[in-house]
Design a protein. Structure first.
Lengths: 555, 327
């Protein structure tokens, strides 16, 4: 106990203790069968926009093409496997000084595609560039960082406060760029980066607005990898051609929603498979400042009145599971779920309970069977939704029918994406259907949902916590999670947060948003699956798609 | 001369009005480009990214709307169209010039084909009024022109692209190909243009037939046609040199206008066939609230139409002496 700076291994995001601090000398990816042949062309089919042929990893339009296969993270965090950390460009990460200092040891022997060596200076440069240009700092890591300095082969990051969960954003979400290229870029925000120099397994060999072709980087630092020679990534501007390419075997990896999956894809070949692991909740966000909705009885009644299984079946064709009121995405984060609390709260579909809750709270049925408050205010609400998401439109029709059965009138307002966003962020809504970005543990969603300092007053855009939930004790709980890397403590905190969702109903999780992933085993094997969830399988998730591409083997 | 001057003044006033509308109309839409980007990457981006993108796009700059308007006018005249936000950080001019050849190739060529075919069918129909040709061709194409573009497009994708598998179902050329100057590449581009081109031709041909046939019918009852027949001229000479030449005048004006509109692309056809032309780009610009790109595209379309109208006016002055006598 003499040393105050006791060192501690991290598995920060999930807080699982006992991870390795020693540098992993071997290849970062498992299953590195060095003997398998190199070759083949993998085509990814994804309905998206036309490519700009820019590869700036800090530009949201280009991240999906560059982060991972060209620019690599310090460490890879597997969202689908208990936030398991795999060392990548850094060989170790160590928290010290009460989880306020994070030290990365940068891997030796990694070369940029122009032949120069990766150094700790490159890493420090990358992070300090995000400080200088806030437009690049998509996860606002500099809201908690105070300095990033190089120290020999290490990079030392100091934080303003303990910030354990930020490990995920820092280690997994920031692509490291070469100082010798980017230092001379005048404005990295408007930098297109048409000829990217990275450390990743692939280099761009050809790019047009409709297709990006990547070729294997034969000097990649993980020996013998990657095994797939060429990647073709066509840009489809709408779903049907992308679906056709997939079902005819022209593409081997797809990441889009196919309504009739069985008939349109699975039945076409025995090699066609899918895996849709859920990652976040799609919820009804309840604006806490709206009269009547600030009444707990109304919120609870709604939570009882919605048959989540039916919504999932009709709205999402059963490909997305029903969510639970505890807000834990299952089976992905099953071990975080406080099943006894969820069980005793008893939020299963029960319209009778919903009605009796309202009656007990003094509401009376009025005209059209709609409940009204003792002051005569009708329980009639509007929910905003995105019209482009046809599955959500269908889901909300079901919700609306179900609520009307318990005497709550719900009008669905299907809006354009921008209109929806403007209303959502500014808090100009009563109810909103949507989801927040998740992370490698349920904590991330809970922080986005409930942390009041990250919200904003009505009329001003809130980055997160759109329902404007505000509770001191909850804020403290979320704050305390950030100070601990202890798994037991983290689980205790999260159980309490689940309880907030169950008792206070600030939002109603309805279905679980999944990663869309269709893949063919005709030419390649080694795809992620429920039994081997080594990375998120959706081709748009970075840097996970790199991890998938490194695992693939020619059949 | 006064006529041409008057047209020039009209040109300048219209251009100015159009540019002003171009500027203010998109800004009446709810939201801003950063919000549009958030909507596009919904779920992939943390809520905090909104702040970063507003900084990148310069959304919350303190510059007032009026001063923005004047710098926009200045930039438009000097050809500085700025940076596209949907295709950030690509320059707007580059986005437009990448899309323009595809649209001119597809919509331009099909407009000419539809005009020539429609005019011919109209002429022949009027000449053999009431005959078999006249009772089949014009009605069929006029009915077809009542169908929406995108519906014909989707049906032809289903039939020729998927069920029969004869033709590719979309995009400009096969995605794996490299842009080279070779016959095989050109063939591939042509093959991809067949279905969208076919869709545009068969839905737009009806209009040309209708006007041409009606003009022709009127012209054919003129005395000089009777004289030509009496002289024993061959029917083909009467159709082309006597009746057709006069009947085509009003159609030429229409043709000029539609050539101007070629620049705007065929939004629905380009969308259905994933064809990367101006129409598709315009759609993306609107969805992304990409003010610089929208303004530039609308400006191009306006200028193209106005210039063509100006040319058509001038040509009419040359072709038709009656327009000259107005002044």
């Amino acid at each position: 106990m003499s040393k105050r700076n006791w060192m501690m291994a991290i598995l920060a995001s999930a807080g699982l203790l006992g991870a390795t601090t020693t540098s992993s000398v071997a290849s970062a990816t498992a299953n590195n069968a060095g003997s398998a042949a190199v070759g083949g062309t993998l085509t990814i089919s994804n309905a998206e926009y036309l490519w700009t042929c820019g590869f700036n990893p800090f530009n949201p339009s280009d991240t999906g093409l560059s982060m991972g296969v060209i620019y690599e993270p310090l460490m890879f965090v597997d969202t689908l496997n208990n936030a398991k950390v795999t060392p990548w460009l850094a060989t170790s990460a160590t928290w010290s000084d009460g989880n306020k200092v994070l030290t990365f040891a940068v891997r030796n022997g990694v070369k940029w595609t122009d032949g120069q060596s990766l150094t700790a200076a490159d890493v420090a440069f990358t992070f300090n560039m995000l400080k200088k240009y806030p437009a690049l700092d998509l996860n606002t890591i500099w809201s908690v960082l105070s300095s990033v300095v190089q120290s020999g082969n290490n990079v030392v990051m100091s934080f303003k406060t303990a910030a354990v969960p930020y490990f995920y954003y820092i280690a997994d979400q920031v692509g490291i760029v070469p100082e010798h290229v980017w230092a001379s870029v005048k404005n990295p925000v408007a930098f297109k980066d048409a000829n990217p120099v990275g450390t990743g397994p692939y280099a761009v060999s050809n790019c047009t607005a409709q297709n990006v072709a990547y070729t294997r980087n034969s000097h990649y630092w993980q020996p013998g990898l990657p095994k797939v020679q060429t990647i073709e990534y066509p840009a489809f501007t709408s779903n049907p051609p992308a679906n056709t390419l997939l079902s005819t075997g022209g593409a081997q990896w797809g990441g889009q929603f196919i309504p009739n999956l069985k008939g349109e894809y699975l039945s076409k070949s025995p090699n066609n498979h899918f895996w849709f692991p859920p990652v976040v909740n799609v919820s009804i966000f309840i604006n806490q400042t709206v009269p009547l909705l600030n009444n707990l009885a109304v919120r609870k009644a709604m939570a009882f009145a919605i048959d989540r299984a039916r919504v999932a079946l009709i709205g999402e064709y059963g490909y997305e599971a029903a969510a639970n009121q505890a807000g834990i995405v299952t089976p992905t984060f099953q071990n975080w779920l406080d099943t006894s609390e969820l069980g005793s709260a008893g939020y299963s579909y029960n319209p009778k309970t919903a009605i009796s809750i309202l009656e007990k709270a003094g509401f009376k049925r009025g005209s059209g069977g709609v409940f009204a408050s003792p002051q005569g205010k009708r329980l009639s609400f509007t929910i905003i939704n995105q019209s482009a998401y046809t599955d959500w439109v269908a889901a909300l029709q079901v919700v609306s029918q179900e609520l009307s059965q318990v005497g709550i009138n719900l009008t669905v307002e299907n809006l354009s994406g921008t209109d929806y966003g403007a209303k959502l962020y500014d808090g100009n809504f009563q109810l909103a259907y949507g989801y927040e970005a998740g992370g490698p543990s349920p904590y991330y969603e809970f922080r986005q949902w409930l942390y009041s300092p990250a919200s904003a007053p009505i009329g001003r855009p809130a980055a997160t916590n759109w329902e404007r939930y505000s509770d001191k004790a909850t804020d403290e709980l979320i704050g305390s999670y950030a100070t601990s890397t202890n798994s037991v403590t983290q689980h205790q905190i999260l159980n309490k947060l689940e309880n907030v969702l169950l008792q206070d109903v600030p939002l109603i999780p309805v279905t679980e948003q999944a990663d869309w992933d269709e893949y063919s085993t005709a030419q390649f094997t080694g795809w992620p699956s429920a039994s081997d969830p080594y990375a998120q399988p959706y081709a748009w998730v970075t840097p996970d798609w790199e991890v998938v591409l490194l695992r693939l083997r020619l059949k | 001369m006064r006529y041409v001057l008057r047209r020039l003044v009209f040109f300048v006033v219209t251009l100015f009005a159009a540019m002003t509308t171009n500027f203010f109309l998109p800004r009446l839409m709810p939201g801003n480009p950063a919000l549009a980007m958030m909507a596009r990457f919904h779920g992939r981006l943390n809520g905090q990214a909104l702040v970063a993108m507003e900084v990148a796009f310069g959304v919350n700059t303190k510059q007032g709307l009026i001063s923005q308007y004047f710098s926009y006018l200045g930039n438009s005249f000097t050809g500085h169209f700025g940076t596209s936000l949907t295709f950030f950080p690509t320059a707007v001019s580059q986005v437009v010039f990448t899309a323009l050849p595809w649209t001119i190739g597809l919509v331009g060529v099909t407009t000419v084909i539809a005009f020539i075919l429609g005019t011919l069918i109209g002429m022949i129909g009027a000449w053999r009024r009431g005959g078999a040709f006249d009772s089949v061709m014009p009605p069929v194409f006029i009915i077809l022109s009542a169908f929406p573009y995108f519906w014909i497009g989707m049906v032809s994708i289903l039939v020729f692209g998927i069920t029969l598998g004869w033709l590719p179902i979309g995009s400009d050329y096969s995605y794996g190909l490299r842009e080279t100057l070779s016959w095989s590449f050109a063939g591939n581009v042509l093959e991809h243009a067949v279905l969208p081109g076919f869709t545009i031709v068969i839905t737009s041909i009806g209009g040309w037939i209708l006007t041409m046939r009606n003009n022709m019918v009127t012209t054919l009852s003129e005395d000089y046609i009777r004289l030509a027949r009496a002289k024993g001229l061959s029917p083909s000479r009467i159709i082309l040199d006597y009746a057709g030449r006069n009947a085509i005048l009003p159609n030429l004006t229409g043709f000029g206008m539609s050539l101007g509109f070629v620049v705007s692309g065929a939004i629905l056809v380009e969308y259905v066939f994933s064809y990367p032309g101006v129409g598709y780009t315009l759609l993306q610009a609107v969805l992304g609230e990409d003010y610089p790109l929208m303004q530039t595209l609308f400006l191009f379309i306006t200028i193209a139409v106005l210039v063509v109208v100006l040319i058509v006016d001038a040509v009419t002055v040359v072709l038709d002496p009656r327009t000259r006598s107005v002044s």
